[in-house]
Design a protein around this ligand. Structure first.
Ligand SMILES: Nc1ncnc2c1ncn2[C@@H]1O[C@H](COP(=O)(O)OP(=O)(O)OP(=O)(O)O)[C@@H](O)[C@H]1O
Ligand SMILES: [Mg+2]
Length: 239
């Protein structure tokens, strides 16, 4: 079953087509990767899916229903959550409260405060941050701020989690841990759509990968197909 589908998804900034006529679909339960050179339109595509912008033209459907054009909070409550390339935690709020925002305000049906609190505590533990729950998020290291964002996104009861460069800026140990986290999230039944430049990570955890270049989709396939695609090697991977 396709959980997310895009048809002819396009976004212009002035005269620049940041995303151009992109068709894509993400299958429920998979880890779907998105790669491409800097400025290829990857984050813009995430912004289109999460409702920061509406595609023009183009349509995006989640579980068969059109979501493009809805506001970000409505899309979130449908079950689509994300993290940000430029990590966006609420710096002055403790880690736990950051996650609580997800469970209190982002879920489809809402929750009691007690339930929301329980969920936030469970997810902070899931990402390995229980011991830091009372520390203001702004005081955490980059990797831990990223973990807070993942927990906050999952707290919304997301069915689709979009990760924008989760591994960027992490050291090799942290990257391995982040890959393991992605695998554990998938085991919870959450579908993952991830942008990544770290090839080892994306090739290791994804079922399928789509490649953007100058806003256009230039390839899609299994990690093996992408790694050996002439076109992808030419524009992105290099020899
Ligand atoms: N809000 C915006 N206003 C104007 N131009 C934008 C905006 N957001 C992105 N762009 C432009 O759209 C193009 C695609 O940017 P985008 O951030 O989507 O690329 P990306 O593939 O995520 O790149 P990176 O790997 O560097 O994160 C770039 O040329 C960028 O300058
Ligand atoms: Mg980006």
């Amino acid at each position: 079953m396709q959980i997310l589908e895009g048809e002819g998804v396009t976004k212009y900034f002035g005269g620049l087509a940041a995303v151009s006529k992109v068709d894509f679909s993400v299958t429920k339960g998979e880890v779907f990767g998105l790669i491409g050179p800097n400025g290829a339109g990857k984050t813009t595509l995430f912004n289109l899916i999460s409702g920061a912008f509406a595609p023009k033209p183009g349509v995006i459907k989640f579980r068969g229903e059109k979501i493009s054009g809805l506001s970000p909070h409505k899309i979130c409550r449908r079950g689509v959550a994300r993290t940000f390339q430029d990590v966006r935690v609420f710096a002055n709020m403790p880690a736990l409260q950051n996650v609580l925002l997800g469970s209190l305000f982002g879920t489809p049906t809402g929750m009691s405060e007690a339930e929301a609190n329980k969920r936030a505590i469970e997810l902070l533990d899931f990402v390995g941050l229980s011991a830091m729950k009372d520390i203001p998020a702004g005081g955490l290291t980059l990797v831990n701020q990223k973990r807070v964002e993942v927990a906050r996104a999952l707290a919304t009861r997301a069915e689709l989690l979009m990760l924008d460069e989760l591994m960027a800026g992490l050291n090799p140990t942290e990257t391995a841990e982040a890959m393991e986290l992605v695998t554990r999230i998938r085991k919870r039944g959450v579908t993952i759509f991830m942008i990544e430049h770290v090839m080892k990570a994306i090739m290791g955890v994804c079922d399928r990968i789509m490649v953007l270049h100058h806003g256009e989709k230039i390839a899609e396939g299994t990690p093996k197909e992408i790694a050996t695609s002439k076109k992808v090697i030419e524009v992105y991977l290099g020899e």
